[in-house]
Design a protein. Structure first.
Length: 225
């Protein structure tokens, strides 16, 4: 039976969360919205439309959404050639691939952003497939992206593991029935990740790699076997 190792990308494999915070904050500021960076940070990981609903409310002028998202994308695109991967991110993916896991990236990034993220991670040889927000009707925290990623890996939820850095990742994985691992490198507190469904929490990809044999990946391999 196939085992899927599902990975969020922004804030999990690549150190981009605070870039997104700055770009969304500036896009909102230019449009006359005063939103605290702390609040933007807690919303990062949601698809653009959902992020704006979370920050501005469901009763906002939704006709402005496209312009705000385009402004964020333009600002963020200036960083595409220098997105910094976390240490050992590629090594972690390659080690899981070596152990027989099907590695699938599950991200709220649109395809243009995903291309830049893949270049930053630089581990295409270990990645079975990628699933972006363009592939599903509802993004995280709905389980749809995780279900789609499991389909790409031809793997059941049982025995599969999702690694992410936000509560939206943990909620999506929990709702889809996979084991969830949280990473602190995206800036979200351990308690929030655990409350949202994380079975284990590590500092960053290198920390997870160092403890792989005692992580939910070890348990997932046993359940799938």
């Amino acid at each position: 039976m196939n085992r899927a190792a599902l990975f969020d990308v922004d804030g999990t494999l690549v150190d981009t969360n605070h870039l997104h915070v700055t770009c969304w904050w500036e896009a909102l500021r230019q449009a006359g919205h005063e939103v605290a960076m702390h609040d933007v940070h807690r919303a990062v990981g949601l698809p653009g439309e959902d992020l704006l609903a979370h920050l501005l409310g469901e009763d906002r002028d939704t006709g402005e959404d496209e312009r705000l998202s385009a402004a964020h994308e333009t600002l963020y695109a200036t960083w595409f050639d220098r997105l910094p991967p976390f240490g050992s991110a590629a090594r972690l993916l390659r080690e899981l691939d070596r152990r027989g896991w099907r590695v699938v990236l599950v991200t709220s990034a649109k395809d243009s952003e995903l291309d830049a993220l893949l270049r930053a991670v630089d581990a295409d040889d270990a990645i079975t497939a990628t699933a972006s927000s363009d592939d599903v009707d509802e993004g995280k925290p709905a389980p749809d992206p995780v279900h789609h990623a499991l389909g790409l890996a031809d793997a059941p939820a049982r025995g599969s593991v999702l690694v992410g850095d936000t509560v939206w990742d943990m909620r999506a994985g929990t709702r889809a029935g996979v084991s969830c691992v949280g990473l602190l490198c995206g800036g979200i507190p351990r308690a929030d990740l655990e409350e949202a469904g994380a079975r284990a929490v590590y500092r960053h990809p290198a920390d997870l790699l160092a403890h792989l044999d005692r992580s939910p990946f070890a348990a997932g391999a046993e359940r799938a076997g």
